[in-house]
Design a protein around this ligand. Structure first.
Ligand SMILES: Nc1ncnc2c1ncn2[C@@H]1O[C@H](COP(=O)(O)OP(=O)(O)OP(=O)(O)O)[C@@H](O)[C@H]1O
Ligand SMILES: [Mg+2]
Length: 359
C-alpha cells in the first residue's frame, strides 16, 4: 500500500504549475517521474521545488527526498547514469539512481536520491572551523574513493593527447600566476617570487594525470541535512586530470553569485596527507611527492583566482565573472587567507607562501 498525501501538505498541482513554469520539461515528463519516484519510495509525492536551473527537489509524504535532473543537448544524461551506477557499485559517496523504464537511448531526465539541501560551496560559507576541517577530511576520503574506482582506467594508460590538452589549458593561467599573486598581496612580482612560482608550476604540471570527474568544484558536492555527510554529484563528464587539482578545487568555496561572498577552503594538512597516502596506495609514488603536487595545484588554483579577481577589479573581466564575484575587500582578504594556509611542511608551494607572507 502506498503512503498517501496528508491534509495540510502543499497543493501538488500548484507546486507543479509553478515549477513547470520555470522548467517546462517537468510538465511533459511528470507522469513518468512521479510513477518512478512513488514506486521507489512507496509513498506519494508531497512537494516539488526548483533546486537549480535544471534540477528539481521532490519530497514524498514519508519524508524521502529526490533530485530530478533534466538533460539538454550539451549535457546528455546516459553517461552520467552509468557513472553514478558504477561509482555506487564501488561504494563511493554518490547518490543512488532511481530505476525508470527508460532502458536505452538518451533519457530526458534522471532521478537520484537527495544528498542534502546545501552544496559544499554554501556550507563552507556558514560552518565553523572544525566543521570545515571535518568536511575537508570527508572530501579527501570521497575523492580518494572515486580515484580508486577509476584506477583500473588510469592503469590502462593516460593518452598523451589528454596530457597535452590538460597542460595547454592550465599553462596560460600558470604564466600569470606570479603577477596575480603579487597583485593580491599588494606587492611586486620580484625575481625571487617568479622563480618560486615557476617551481610550483613545474611541480603541478609534471604530476601524473588520472581518470576521474572533470566537473570538480564545491557546488558539485552536497552536504546532508542531519549529519555532515558529503555526496559528489554532477558526474556527467569523466576524463583525465591531475588528482591534486581535483581535490583542491572540490575543496574551495568560491561563492559564485553571492554578493559579498568570500573564498574559503576545506583543505587542511590532515586532509592533504590522507589524500596523498591514498594516492600512494592506489597508484605509485610516495606520500611526500603526492602531497607536494597537490599543494602545488592548490596554490595554482589560488593564483588563478587572484588573476581573475584582479580582472574583476580593473573592469577587464567578463560580465559573467564580475556578476559572480564582485570585487569586494572581503574577496581579497579571504583569498589571501586561503592561499596562505599551510598544507605541508615543505615543497615549492610552501616556499611561495613564505615569500608572500613576508610582504
Ligand atoms: N542528488 C542530489 N542531492 C542534492 N542536491 C542535488 C542533487 N543533484 C543535484 N543537486 C543540486 O542541484 C545542483 C545542480 O545539479 P548538477 O550539479 O548535477 O547539475 P548542473 O549541470 O551543474 O546544473 P546547473 O545547470 O544548475 O549548473 C547541484 O549543485 C545541487 O545543488
Ligand atoms: Mg553542477
Amino acid at each position: 500500500m502506498i503512503l498517501s498525501r496528508r491534509e495540510g501538505d502543499p497543493d501538488l498541482e500548484e507546486c507543479l504549475a509553478a515549477t513547470s513554469a520555470q522548467l517546462p520539461q517537468l510538465r511533459t515528463n511528470w507522469d513518468a517521474i512521479s510513477a518512478a519516484i512513488q514506486a521507489y519510495a512507496n509513498a506519494s509525492i508531497s512537494s516539488i521545488r526548483l533546486a537549480s536551473k535544471r534540477v528539481i527537489h521532490v519530497e514524498t509524504v514519508s519524508g524521502l527526498s529526490f533530485a530530478v535532473k533534466f538533460g539538454n543537448r550539451s549535457a546528455p544524461l546516459a553517461r552520467e547514469v552509468s557513472t553514478l551506477r558504477f561509482l555506487k557499485g564501488a561504494k563511493c559517496p554518490v547518490p543512488a539512481v532511481i530505476p525508470t523504464n527508460v532502458t536505452h537511448g538518451e533519457p530526458e531526465w534522471i532521478a537520484t536520491e537527495w544528498g542534502g539541501n546545501r552544496t559544499l560551496d554554501a556550507f563552507l560559507d556558514q560552518c565553523t572551523e572544525s566543521q570545515a576541517d571535518l568536511a575537508g577530511l570527508q572530501l579527501a576520503t570521497a575523492v580518494a574513493q572515486i580515484e580508486g574506482a577509476f584506477a583500473q582506467v588510469t592503469r590502462q594508460g593516460v593518452p598523451g593527447a589528454a596530457r597535452q590538452m590538460a597542460i595547454k589549458l592550465l599553462e596560460p593561467w600558470a604564466d600569470h600566476a606570479a603577477d596575480g599573486l603579487a597583485w593580491l598581496f599588494a606587492s611586486e612580482a620580484t625575481g625571487q617570487l617568479r622563480m618560486a612560482v615557476d617551481r610550483v608550476v613545474k611541480k603541478a604540471l609534471n604530476a601524473a594525470l588520472t581518470a576521474g570527474p572533470l566537473d570538480y568544484h564545491a557546488s558539485n558536492v552536497v552536504v546532508s541535512n542531519s549529519d555532515l555527510r558529503l555526496s559528489v554529484v554532477d558526474l556527467g563528464a569523466i576524463g583525465y586530470d591531475w588528482p591534486g587539482r581535483r581535490l583542491a578545487q572540490y575543496a574551495m568555496s568560491v561563492q559564485s553569485g553571492v554578493p559579498g561572498g568570500r573564498f574559503r577552503t576545506a583543505l587542511t594538512p590532515e586532509a592533504v596527507t590522507q589524500f596523498g597516502g591514498a594516492l600512494a596506495q592506489i597508484h605509485t609514488g610516495d606520500l611526500g611527492s603526492h602531497v607536494n603536487e597537490l599543494d602545488a595545484h592548490a596554490l595554482l588554483i589560488g593564483a588563478i583566482a587572484a588573476t581573475q579577481l584582479r580582472a574583476v577589479s580593473t573592469g577587464a573581466a567578463s560580465a559573467e565573472r564580475t556578476a559572480a564575484w564582485g570585487a569586494s575587500e572581503t574577496r581579497i582578504t579571504s583569498l589571501r587567507t586561503v592561499i596562505l594556509r599551510t598544507l605541508s611542511g615543505e615543497g615549492p608551494a610552501n616556499d611561495v607562501r613564505e615569500l608572500l607572507s613576508q610582504q
